[in-house]
Design a binder for this molecule. Structure first.
Ligand code: URA
Length: 213
């Protein structure tokens, strides 16, 4: 597993506003959307391309287009939905699958309640959207589901990550095996608290995106 800390000044600026407890739902949603697009730019740096030639008004240029099979984007319900628009803005040709995970607030163990993934992901590049990499349980489960289906690479885009979560993903997917696993995040925070929240973090990402339920 490789980790890319995308600590570009624009990312840090928007993340700082996102963390602010005073930012309301509309502001939070807009900031999350913009942040994902910035992180997606870094996360797609290694996306596969095919060389093509293109006829310009005055000649022929060699260029590159995204290769087939097209990438798959997987937002993790519920909070990952708040990241989908920012990702598809950069990859409008990608298909989208869904995994729904819910965390037991006592045990902090995540269980799957929805799965709309293609049965065969052989050779596919997959981008998982989950704003908070906390204990890492959700991400390890989702990556395992994608690995079982043959994904070639899995890149998780997380607004924030905790050292504990990064450690758990690294333990589950060490080295450069298959699928190649990467985590792209805007910040690595201090720690988790005893409720599994990232400290200092930004609170409950789903509640802040969509309101408390
Ligand atoms: N999920 C969240 O929404 N926030 C955290 O801090 C951890 C997990």
């Amino acid at each position: 597993m490789r980790t890319l800390l995308a600590d570009h000044p624009l990312v840090t600026h928007k993340l700082t506003l996102l963390r602010d407890a005073q930012s309301d739902t509309a502001t939070f949603r807009a900031l999350a959307d913009e942040l994902v697009t910035l992180l997606a730019y870094e996360a797609t740096r290694e996306v596969r391309v095919t060389e093509v030639s293109v006829t310009t008004p005055v000649g022929t240029a060699t260029g590159a287009m995204l290769a087939q099979p097209k990438p798959l984007i997987v937002p993790v319900l519920r909070a990952g939905i708040g990241m989908l628009g920012g990702m598809t803005r950069l990859l409008p040709m990608a298909s989208v699958g869904f995994v729904g995970m819910v965390r037991d607030e006592e045990s902090l163990v995540a269980s799957t309640y929805a799965n709309r993934l293609p049965a065969d992901l052989t050779g596919r590049e997959v981008f998982v959207l989950d704003p908070m990499l906390a204990t890492g349980g959700t991400l390890v489960t989702v990556i395992s589901m994608l690995a079982d289906r043959g994904a070639a690479s899995v890149t998780a885009i997380c607004l924030l990550a905790a050292p504990e979560g990064l450690g758990r993903v690294e333990q589950a997917f060490p080295g450069d095996g298959s699928p190649a696993v990467r985590v792209v995040t805007g910040a690595i925070d201090e720690r988790l608290n005893d409720k599994g929240y990232i400290i200092p973090g930004l609170g409950d990402a789903g509640d802040r995106l969509f309101g408390e339920i």
